[in-house]
Write a protein of this length. Structure first.
Ligand code: MSP
Length: 646
């Protein structure tokens, strides 16, 4: 990796009408993770965030509380900066659209485009949404009218719009229609996830009208150069922050600007896609600048299915989450379980479950077990093995695979998939540790014992470097327990990729780094196995039955799951259909040894799902006897594994 490679990442600029909420935190956390990841992988990084402070929305909010707009926005800046600090958001610059250098650069951008003929004066008549600061197109209006609205509703926030008639300056957006379509064609990955590009293309194809970029009915904005009556439309002002923040329009900063532009990734929610994927590249094209390389468009965080927003009064306060869960756990949950590709509900019970299983059980326990065992057997100084066992070599290969897959998905901005590969590896390390039985080897073969501890420490090192961008504090603690001093800028990523397992570690006992939460809701993980009542009056057809693929499988492995007193993790052989991992809630009724080698009846086309963070790809049939003991359903004589039931 070339250290000279650069990575420039931005967040949207937040409207500072109140304190930041979890939605604002989400875009910012994703940007920080990306910035940190690119540092780890050897790039020079610039990370820009800030505040959007002009426009009618801010002006009205300030009026409501009887403040001047500037005084009003000033009052929120510290709460943003403080929150970012608490969440370890390591930005390089916080731009405010009221900053003098930005205002001047926007004015000179406008003057240049007037000279070029891309901005002209005319008259605007149409509908305007103040909460979104956006003009409705003819299509938006006709869609809204179809739903029977006299006053069209905004297509994004669904609130009432207002009619606007105003003398205005226009940007010649229509002139860029073909150029934009050509750009999308040549850059199919411009928008991530790329499925979202389709709506942009269809919007542009439906015909672009010139864009009104000034207003006379408000005075809170960048003064329009050469015309005192007008102020600049807030989006024409704010979008330019991405270039003014790195030196555009400032004579002494031209080198800096050339170094960082074009942006490598601009992150935002789906509500502001049109501004960024249509207006923004057109503005840049007009100034002979390249569009950004990628726009990462995430879904919304919802509460009971509704977008979290101040106006709906359903916001989750990120400050409140800090005391209960800590910054790193929230960063992890947001990036792993609020998948960028869709809207995701934020649910405290789910959060606690994920933190307990993924962080405390899967990862935290692994670290604790290694340290305790190493200490007990006087093996805190860990050296690389002279001879790795076959199982350890396999684990080393698994680590390389995890690094490669994590790298691929992080570079494509699919955080949740990248993280799932780390967890697959964590589960492999747990399985390795369990199968190798180091507690027995400690008595039988010291060398073998030391080798297992070393392989596990090397694996923990890999895991913590990969997870550092997501959980910088916790992973620094974990690395500290291995006595590794970690500096993201100094990591030799090429060496890390090779994963040669030639490190020495000194294990240090530390307090558990992750906390477990006791679920307030009843654990439903086992209930579905055979407990649903049959609705007697609803017959199903034979075709319905055929949809359920029932097979005989042979249980080849049965493992306990830490933290669960109900579940076993089974490996089940289905002959030609392969092996599957299936979780079964029978731990209370059987010893693991009793199940191995037994044949049972399983549904194998049930949608895979995760229970306590572990995937289950099927379901074992059980029935409760009169003593309330679960009996698993078996066959009366040996049957080939994978045989279908008929
Ligand atoms: N000021 C404009 C952006 C200008 S960028 C030149 C703006 N500000 S905003 O404060 O309303 O939103 C900023 C970001 O927060 C957007 O990416 C938006 O999608 C995100 N979120 C606000 N609420 C959200 C959720 N409930 N969920 C996820 N993100 C959402 O738009």
């Amino acid at each position: 990796m070339n250290k000279k490679d650069k990575f420039y990442v931005t967040t949207p600029l937040y409207y500072v009408t109140s304190e930041p909420h979890l939605g604002s935190l989400y875009s910012t956390v994703l940007a920080d993770i990306l910035a940190r990841w690119n540092k780890v992988s050897g790039k020079q990084v610039f990370f820009l965030t800030g505040s959007d402070e002009h426009g009618q929305k801010i002006m009205q909010a300030a009026q409501k509380v009887g403040k001047e707009p500037k005084e009003f926005v000033d009052s929120f800046i510290e709460s943003y900066k403080t929150l970012w600090k608490k969440y370890d958001i390591d930005y390089n610059k916080f731009i405010r659209t009221t900053d003098d250098y930005h205002v001047k650069a926007v004015q000179s951008w406008i003057s240049d485009l007037i000279k070029k003929g891309d901005i002209y004066k005319s008259f605007y008549k149409g509908w305007y949404c103040t909460p979104c600061e956006s003009y409705l197109t003819d299509n938006d209006v006709s869609e809204s009218r179809k739903k029977g609205n006299n006053v069209p509703l905004c297509t994004v926030c669904e609130r009432e719009t207002a009619e606007l008639q105003d003398e205005s300056y226009f940007f010649k957006l229509s002139k860029y229609q073909d150029k934009l379509l050509d750009f999308y064609k040549k850059n199919p990955n411009f928008v991530v996830p790329k499925e979202r590009l389709a709506e942009v293309v269809s919007f542009v194809k439906s015909g672009l009208k010139d864009l009104s970029i000034s207003r006379t009915n408000i005075n809170w904005g960048v003064p329009f150069p050469g015309d005192d009556k007008h102020v600049t439309y807030v989006w024409a002002d704010a979008l330019n922050n991405y270039i003014t923040g790195i030196g555009y329009g400032q004579k002494n900063k031209q080198e800096e600007f050339k170094k960082w532009w074009p942006a490598d990734c601009q992150i935002m929610g789906k509500d502001i896609l049109r501004f960024h994927a249509v207006y923004w590249p057109a503005f840049l094209m007009a100034s002979d600048l390249e569009p950004p390389k990628n726009l990462l468009i995430h879904g919304w965080i919802t509460v009971s299915g509704k977008k979290m927003s101040k106006s709906r009064s359903n916001v989750v306060e990120p400050n409140e989450l800090l005391s209960d869960y800590g910054a790193d756990s929230i960063r992890y949950y947001l990036s792993r379980y609020m998948a960028i590709t869709q809207d995701s509900d934020f649910d405290i019970d789910d959060l606690e479950k994920r933190l307990s299983t993924d962080l405390a059980n899967d990862l935290g326990n692994l670290l604790n077990r290694v340290i305790i065992l190493a200490e007990k057997n006087d093996c805190l100084n860990v050296k690389p093995a002279e001879d790795w066992s076959e199982e350890s070599k396999k684990l080393q290969e698994n680590a390389i695979q995890a690094i490669q897959l994590f790298t691929k998905h992080m570079n494509e901005f699919y955080f949740h998939i990248a993280l799932s590969h780390v967890w697959k590896f964590i589960n492999q390390v747990n399985a390795y540790f369990h199968d190798q039985e180091p507690w027995k080897q400690a008595k039988l073969d010291k060398k073998q014992f030391a080798q297992i501890i070393s392989a596990t420490c090397h694996s923990l090192y890999t895991i913590s470097v990969l997870l550092w961008p997501v959980m910088p504090k916790k992973m620094s603690e974990l690395l500290g327990a291995l006595s590794v001093h970690f500096d993201s800028n100094a990591l030799e990523f090429d060496v890390f990729l090779k994963n040669e397992w030639n490190n020495t570690f000194t294990l240090k006992k530390i307090e558990p780094i992750f906390k477990k939460y006791v679920s307030k809701k009843k654990d439903s993980s086992v209930q579905e196995e055979g407990k649903e009542e049959v609705k007697k009056d609803e017959y199903i057809s034979i075709e319905d039955l055929a949809k359920v693929e029932l097979c005989v499988g042979t249980i080849t492995k049965c493992d306990e799951i830490e933290g669960s007193d109900k579940l076993f993790k089974l490996l089940v052989d289905f002959g030609p259909k392969g092996e599957r991992q299936i979780l079964a809630g029978v731990k209370k009724f059987y010893d693991a040894q009793d199940l191995i080698g037994k044949q049972g009846v399983f549904v194998i086309n049930l949608k895979p799902r995760k229970i306590m963070g572990i995937e289950s790809c099927g379901m074992m049939f059980v029935a409760e006897d009169e003593k309330k003991t679960m009996q698993f359903i078996t066959v009366s004589g040996p049957v080939l594994s994978g045989q279908k039931l008929r």
